[in-house]
Design a protein. Structure first.
Lengths: 82, 82
């Protein structure tokens, strides 16, 4: 994934996951330094609505708006945050 | 949750998530320093089989064996790892 493109796209994530990938709200996960392939897998599971429970419905809406390329770029960006 | 009890219970998690909460395998998430309430929510979603997709079926088996107290203790433990 393209980290720069991911960072640009991540504006929509900052509200819950923080501008630095440290979540504002304790029920949301920190994403900074998370494993890239896991993030791709999680985003696809939200997009396909296979992930439910908790706040999943919120993420299904977010992920639904993402293309495969967006998902790869976002995963690369958040994984890259130290 | 009780961090010490969580650490004892976490032996079964180390194989994939690492003994220090840094996953061995890139498709699995790092858990070290993750938000405690998020971890509880995720474990419950696996236990209730609401979370599917990717490797979720593996975690459903793991979480299925956990009590509410185990879940709280494990979440406290992984959240406490710096």
């Amino acid at each position: 994934g393209d980290i720069t493109a991911g960072k640009a796209k991540a504006g929509m994530c900052a509200g819950c996951h923080g501008s630095n990938g440290k979540a504002m709200i304790p029920t949301y996960p920190n994403l900074a330094g998370q494993n890239q392939q896991y993030l791709v897998s999680a985003l696809k599971a939200y997009k396909s609505k296979k992930r439910n429970g908790g706040q999943a419905v919120v993420m299904q809406g977010m992920a639904g708006a993402l293309s495969e390329v967006d998902i790869d770029n976002l995963a690369a960006y958040f994984a890259s945050i130290k």
